[in-house]
Design a protein around this ligand. Sequence first.
Ligand SMILES: NC(=O)c1ccc[n+]([C@@H]2O[C@H](COP(=O)([O-])OP(=O)(O)OC[C@H]3O[C@@H](n4cnc5c(N)ncnc54)[C@H](O)[C@@H]3O)[C@@H](O)[C@H]2O)c1
Length: 303
Amino acid sequence: MGLLDGKVAIITGAGHGIGRGHALELARHGAKVVVNDLGGSVRGEGQGRAADETVALIEKRGGTAVADYSDVGDHEQCGALIKRAIDAFGRLDILVNNAGIVRDAAIWNMPPEDFDAVIRVHVRGTWSTCHHAARYWRAAAKSGETVHGRIINTTSGAGLGGNFGQTSYAAAKAAIVAITQTLAMELYRSGVTVNAVGPSGLTRITASIPGMGDSFEPDAVADDEWHAMDPSNSSPLVAWLASDEADHVTGQVIRSIEDRIIWMQGWKERKVIAAGQKRWDATKLSEVINQDLFETRAPGMRF
Ligand SMILES: NC(=O)c1ccc[n+]([C@@H]2O[C@H](COP(=O)([O-])OP(=O)(O)OC[C@H]3O[C@@H](n4cnc5c(N)ncnc54)[C@H](O)[C@@H]3O)[C@@H](O)[C@H]2O)c1
């Protein structure tokens, strides 16, 4: 009995890299998979049929999958993507939002169109698929069905602490955490959990960063071989989150780096300083803040 037998999953951006790893892993555990991928470049230009390659790999290994070439940045196409799963396999249980692009540059060199393109794919793409899937699961829950819906979004270290040259990508990945936490609240009563994973691996995206090394696809590494930067190293975590065993896990951000699962804890209060039932006086703030928070006057930055 597979962990995901009888489940139907959509994985966006599953033609390459980390998404392909998720698709292979979910299929291996018994899920029927809709492999979505627009098939463009790492910058999000053009389109192609990368999804077909992942479908062929799944079928070669005895699994069941169909390809879908929708652009997740387009709200209507996201609706059609959800419908594709229902038309092909009769239902939807798991939505993995993984599609992504990068257009890195320091802010003074970043054209506004590049900022918008990155936000469109990551933020609108995640929001739009969630919107359509939420409507489907809420209707099912309201009609008395027991729902074990799963949304697994994709964030990154850039969204959790910033990264030089990635204002667009970091903003997008932080927004995905906010979407995840909010949807966890909105959808739990309908039987849907919503979590975010922060994966790692040498993919087309990392290959676009100087010095990171060449990318390779997940199927280049045999299932019983270990490679620290295999793009599918986070896929077992995604398969578990997708299963009924993780019914109680929602609103979480979990990084998966090499062989480590890193459970994040979000923003925590570092220090609370009260003025004492009155407004603060700006001219007094230096004294109290430097004394309590910056004893050495070191800048409050982390590099
Ligand atoms: N590689 C890493 O170390 C790393 C680290 C943290 C987060 N991530 C995230 O993991 C996800 C997968 O990235 P990857 O590293 O595997 O890169 P990748 O380029 O190999 O895969 C991304 C896939 O998304 C697809 N895609 C892009 N725009 C799309 C659109 N509009 N509609 C549908 N599909 C679209 C691409 O065609 C591509 O196949 C991304 O969200 C990325 O931000 C990657």
